[in-house]
Design a protein around this ligand. Structure first.
Ligand code: IDP
Ligand code: MG
Length: 143
């Protein structure tokens, strides 16, 4: 099924200059980057994006981290793009992400505490509903 999904290089990925390496993996998997821009998230955009996590112990740290530097927001398109991209990203905790995934290969070791966010380079929508909601925060309708 042809799908569009929202994908973002987080501040740690941009800061470490990993964006091209990540995009190469995405396009080599057969997916297409159909829109992209480098922006600094406003707190309003960050809070909208991570609204499902509101109230969790790491929420405040997550908002602080995601607004700490530029990110690259993109729309990725392709067959089963949502799952394909999630598989490519690997597990949320980079220590659990297997080799061959973006997080498994490229994320640095994180000191994991209850209230500190995990730095894991990338964000990708986890369902068609999330994809629609998240794309609409950053891109005009119809993309
Ligand atoms: P995902 O990015 O793999 O979809 P989510 O559960 O949606 O993972 O969490 C969003 C982001 O919040 C994660 O990518 C990570 O940066 C952070 N996060 C998630 N769970 C934890 C946690 O238990 N401790 C610290 N940070 C977390
Ligand atoms: Mg998520």
């Amino acid at each position: 099924m042809q799908e569009n999904t929202f994908f973002m290089i987080k501040p740690d990925g941009v800061f470490r200059g990993l964006d091209q390496a990540v995009f190469d993996r995405v396009t080599q998997s057969g997916l297409k980057i159909i829109d992209q821009k480098k922006i600094a998230l406003t707190s309003e955009q960050a809070e909208k994006l991570y609204r499902p996590h509101l109230g969790k112990p790491f929420y405040a740290g997550l908002i602080k981290f995601i607004t700490s530097g530029p990110v690259i927001v993109t729309i990725i398109s392709g067959n089963n793009a949502i799952k394909k991209l999630r598989d490519l990203m690997g597990a949320t905790d980079p220590r659990k992400a297997v080799a061959g995934t973006i997080r498994g290969d490229l994320a640095e070791e994180n000191v994991l505490t209850a209230d500190k966010t995990i730095k894991n380079i990338v964000h990708g929508s986890d369902s068609p509903e999330s994809a629609k909601r998240e794309m609409a925060i950053f891109f005009k309708e119809g993309k």
